[in-house]
Write a protein of this length. Sequence first.
Length: 170
Amino acid sequence: MLELGAKELIQSLDNLMYDFDLEKISGFIDHNFAPNAKIQLAHPFETLSNPQALAYEVYQPLLEAVPDLEKRTYISMAGEARGACWVGVAGYYTGSFLEPWLDIPPTGHQMSMRFHEFYRIEDNKVVEVQALWDIPQLMMQAGGLAYGAKSRLGVEPASTSLERWLGSGY
């Protein structure tokens, strides 16, 4: 049953990110991440120096660019891999893209950035995060990439009330 508790832990984090209160997220990180947790994201973030860097070096600038930021997770699963408990989530970040972020110009419109994130849990603490965000997709939405369509092809947002149909056990 370790997976169920681990999944609930990450669901609690996702719930805080639905309305994106940075102080509550920072508090969650303090309480639920190991102090030496390894946090790895793709370029330009790479490996972060400490768990709070996730809140203040990654999420805070994104929240400044997208003040009504929401994280919408549409799949969450947990299980054991190589003797470790992992929780994987996928979905998209969305909101009004009003200020530049990572030198990407704002569109003034809704943005959608897909993600998948994996959390390794030990003793009810997050000890590792591996995350990949579709930043090139956001660049295409802003007209910043010369290749590809300037649309959000492949993003089919799930209902925020999907749980009503699937039940709370997904």
